[in-house]
Design a protein around this ligand. Structure first.
Ligand code: ATP
Ligand code: MG
Length: 459
């Protein structure tokens, strides 16, 4: 069907083009989408707005993905109605956001994000209460409203500036987005450097769409990224957290990671891990890659993935490195690993937020790594019943798959889970025998504690 679709795009009806400087109108006959491609609720929102006398279109990812034969993640509506006007039309709505005010219209679990057309920010000061930039040009507030034409130019990529009209079924294409979809190109609208300065997150979005769609970054769009990657450090940690989830939980995490590394964008997100990888740690690189590959496989098998496990893997390389540093100051292994975990998390929170509902289980996965080695007496069974056992065990296998030597610990736990009682007893006995000999050999006087040189603040 795609091929047929694109053959049509290659030879659009001559009537489809409206004037040289005007946007291209693509009729349903050519693009072959109809309202059935979009969520019923989103079509209903657009219709209701139109009936009330406003302009309203489905826009962005839902049009792009539908043209590509993909199932859209969500459905966005753009309209000439102000947030207050939208809100008065839909009882099930809520105005959200300050930096970028928009309206969420709720239909059970589905939310239709409805935004008023954005206009350009002039420099006359007239819009000061609605628009604001910092001294580097980053947009801090974007609540200047405008026309449909203005709105199209304020969108990020050409493939995202496509508007579908639920009444005429036409697509309005402002920046040759349909051609770029056909060519597999991610192309920023306007001057790339300026658009990245306005919003550095667009660099991450460029990579995300390239990986998700298998598209190429157009040369001018790609060119400034390495130079400007550092601007991400000024983006609030909460926003970067959301972006990280979108980057790594879209089924193309490994590809995304490779592109982020290629464009120097991984370091501003995960500085400690990036530093360890850049210093040549094969293990760190492998654990991140394996985790992302697993995530992709789980998503393609419709299995759940949790940000706790993802962050546990992305941040793990720092934990053993810090643990060794702290142990070198005379702190016992377990205490050192707890402090190291704490330090790594604390440091990461300056870059991306991690909600407590994920950082707590993440730290639990880490601390269970040590407990997985202690299996004597009832310990193995207690651990097996631990709610986080499965995640911790998977994490152990991940460490091993990245090349860490654990003297067969993963295999031991794999067998233990499926062993009958007699087998379990003998396995524990075996462990006890081995560690008994070890303990006799390694008994020595307690170490002297040295003062620590790092901070230890609880998050
Ligand atoms: P997906 O939902 O699959 O992640 P999307 O393109 O719909 O992709 P959203 O984040 O849902 O992405 O945004 C909807 C639309 O809003 C985009 O298609 C784009 O037109 C516009 N947009 C989003 N973020 C930006 C941005 N940072 N700068 C400019 N335009 C943006
Ligand atoms: Mg979207």
């Amino acid at each position: 069907m795609l091929k047929k679709l694109f053959r049509k795009f290659l030879a659009p009806d001559s009537n489809d083009t409206v004037g040289a400087s005007a946007p291209t109108l693509i009729s349903a006959k050519t693009h072959q989408l109809d309202n059935g491609y979009f969520s019923r609720n989103s079509v209903q929102v657009a219709k209701r707005l139109q009936e009330a006398g406003f302009q309203a279109y489905l826009v962005g990812g839902c049009v792009r993905d539908s043209l590509l034969g993909l199932r859209p993640k969500d459905f966005d509506v753009a309209t000439s109605a102000t947030p207050e006007q939208i809100s008065s039309l839909f009882r099930n709505s809520r105005i959200i956001g300050r930096r970028f005010k928009l309206v969420h219209i709720h239909f059970g679990r589905e939310i239709i994000e409805t935004a008023t057309f954005r206009g350009s920010h002039d420099d006359t000061g007239k819009n000061n209460d609605r628009s604001a930039h910092n001294d580097k040009g980053r947009i801090l507030r974007d609540n200047v409203y405008g026309s449909l034409d203005d709105d199209a130019l304020r969108r990020d990529f050409t493939i995202n500036a496509l508007y579908y009209d639920v009444s005429s079924h036409n697509i309005i294409d402002y920046a040759q987005g349909v051609q770029d979809i056909k060519d597999g190109l991610i192309r920023l609208i306007g001057d790339p450097s300026q658009r990245y300065l306005e919003d550095p997150v667009r660099m991450l979005r460029a990579i995300r769409f390239a990986a998700k769609l298998g598209f190429t970054l157009e040369a001018k769009t790609a060119e400034p990224i390495r130079q400007l990657a550092h601007l991400l450090k000024d983006i609030p940690a909460a926003r970067l957290y959301e972006e990280v989830l979108k980057l790594f939980m879209n089924g193309k995490a490994l590809k995304t990671y490779e592109l982020l590394q290629e464009y120097n964008l991984f370091a501003p997100l995960f500085p400690e891990t990036a530093h360890i990888i850049a210093s040549g740690s094969q293990y760190a690189s492998e654990i991140v890659r394996s985790a992302l590959k697993n995530t992709d496989e789980r998503i393609s098998a419709n299995k759940p993935v949790t940000p706790a496990f993802l962050f546990a893997a992305l941040l793990w390389p720092g934990v053993p490195v810090r643990t060794t540093d702290i142990q070198n100051q005379g702190i016992p292994a377990f205490e050192a690993s707890q402090e190291a975990s704490h330090w790594v998390l604390h440091n990461q929170l300056k870059h991306t937020a991690i909600p407590k509902r994920f950082s707590i289980p993440m730290r639990e996965i880490w601390s269970l790594q040590e407990r997985l080695t202690r299996r004597q007496g009832k310990r193995a069974d207690v651990l097996l019943a631990h709610p986080r056992f499965r995640a911790a065990y998977d994490f152990l296998l991940l460490r091993e798959s990245a090349g860490e030597q654990t003297t067969g610990l993963g295999q031991w736990w794999t067998e233990y889970q499926f062993a009958d009682d007699a087998k379990k007893r003998s396995m524990i006995k075996e462990v006890a025998n081995q560690s008994g000999t070890k303990r006799k050999r390694t008994k020595h006087a307690p170490r002297q504690r040295k003062p620590r040189t790092h901070t230890n603040t609880e998050n």
